[in-house]
Design a protein around this ligand. Structure first.
Ligand code: AMP
Length: 415
């Protein structure tokens, strides 16, 4: 178990908090969605209540190691101040400049300082000024960040799967390093689902590619009672079993792998559920995700996709079967949509499954949803408030489900 905020003494101390303020901005640099800022309020308020001086560090966008004015964290400071009802200081320019260090040194308990975008420095992502990998440069940068505080709190789950200066690097240069409330919550729900699930434990995996989720499937096969597969991924599995898939998206170089997975699932007595029927279309503009007016949309009677068509959503029989399996589950983990849910006519499978997950949760199941598209899907279905835990980190939650060590978590101190 990693130390969390309540395990350490923050009173009167300077506390560096890694937050995820990678917020969307419009062309006038207005924040269009402040949920990532709001999500950090519990940790910040706890630190304020406990007389800490708070130094917030974050990245925004992908400035690739250069100062890019449109990716400044400046607009975040007034928004955070508004949400907290308290002033938030911001130092322009550079997060480790003399001005930033002075502002940190002058900060008093109960005050908040936000530093500039960490990724204006290539060292944050482990590179030097020439853009080459350079661990010594990353460590030197991490040490400078650490010099501004005494305690480090990791509250940016979305970045803990990266070994960056502000995730893994900084920890060795501070006295105490622990998880903030957001990260603690992620570890609790993802960790309990994988290590100690109430059964039946059902995983729902969708999305575009088998290759992206292969490690997740392999790891979950050792833990779950059933895996439901939807999305384009399903067609690689179906084709590997000799089922015709028409023009559906198939990874032909992964057919053997798909076959092996199906064999393993059988050996491990994991119910591996593939779609029983499909919504199909003969034409689709992938570039702008539109269906041409003269396209033919149909539903198949079985799992085969006719010549000239592609599978774009699971059909009604699949929805019924998948929903009944989900409704009998006591633990549910979901990553990836079951169809091209961005297009309304192909979103029914994903939306209905989201409702089934919400119903199961109302009946006492624990449900954990991760990945940007799955999160959008539960929102589209209007059931996001009924899910036990929606992960704030797509990549990080996927790596957690793969059973990988997350560098930003591994680096934190143990209890
Ligand atoms: P991922 O990022 O791997 O979770 O993939 C999400 C993407 O998979 C979404 O943009 C979906 O539109 C896409 N997707 C889901 N089902 C299909 C399908 N049957 N054919 C093509 N793309 C799909």
């Amino acid at each position: 178990m990693k130390k969390t905020l309540k395990d350490i003494d923050v009173k009167g101390k300077k506390v560096l908090v890694r937050v995820d303020y990678n917020v969307p901005l419009d062309s006038d640099l207005n924040i269009t969605n402040d949920k990532r800022i709001a999500a950090t309020l519990p940790t910040i308020k706890y630190l304020l209540d406990n007389d800490a001086a708070i130094i917030l560090i974050s990245h925004l966008g992908r400035p690739k190691g250069k100062a890019v004015p449109e990716m400044s964290l400046k607009p975040v400071a007034p928004k955070l101040a508004e949400l907290l009802g308290k002033p938030v200081k911001f130092v322009e320019g550079d997060c480790i400049s003399a001005d930033s260090k002075k502002a940190a040194a002058d900060l008093k308990p109960g005050e908040i300082l936000l530093l500039e975008n960490l990724r204006f420095h290539p060292e944050e992502e482990g590179k030097n000024a020439a853009g080459e990998k350079d661990k010594a440069a990353m460590d030197a940068f991490a040490k400078q960040l650490a010099s501004m505080g005494e305690v480090f709190v990791q509250d940016a789950f979305g970045t803990v799967h990266r070994a960056h200066a502000s995730t893994a690097g900084i920890v060795k240069y501070v006295k105490d390093a622990c998880a903030g409330f957001l990260v603690e919550k992620e570890l609790k729900f993802l960790g309990e689902a994988l290590d100690n699930p109430a059964r039946p434990f059902v995983a729902i995996l969708g999305g575009a590619k088998v290759s992206d989720k292969i490690n997740v499937i392999e790891n979950l096969l050792t833990k779950v009672n059933a895996i439901i597969i939807g999305g384009a991924m399903a067609y690689t599995f179906l084709k590997s079993q000799g089922v015709s898939t028409g023009r559906s998206l198939v990874e032909d170089d992964k057919l053997d792998l798909a076959s092996d997975i199906l064999k393993k699932a059988k050996e491990k007595k994991v119910d591996f559920l593939l779609p029983l029927d499909h919504v199909i279309v003969d034409k689709l503009n992938f570039s702008d995700m539109t269906v041409p007016a003269d396209a033919k949309i149909d539903t198949t009677n079985d799992d085969t996709v006719p010549f000239g068509f592609m599978g774009v959503d699971v059909g009604p029989k699949s929805i019924e079967k998948f929903s009944s399996v989900v409704k009998s589950a006591k633990t549910i983990v979901w990553n990836g949509p079951l169809g091209i849910f961005e297009i309304d006519s192909f979103s029914k499978g994903t939306v209905e499954l989201a409702k089934a997950v919400a119903d199961a949760t109302d009946n006492g199941a624990v449900s954990v949803v991760g990945g940007g598209d799955s999160v959008s899907a539960v929102k589209k279905a209007g059931v996001d408030k009924r899910i036990t835990h929606i992960s704030t980190g797509g990549g990080a939650s996927l790596e957690f489900l793969e059973g990988k060590e997350l560098p930003g978590i591994a680096a934190l101190q143990d209890k």
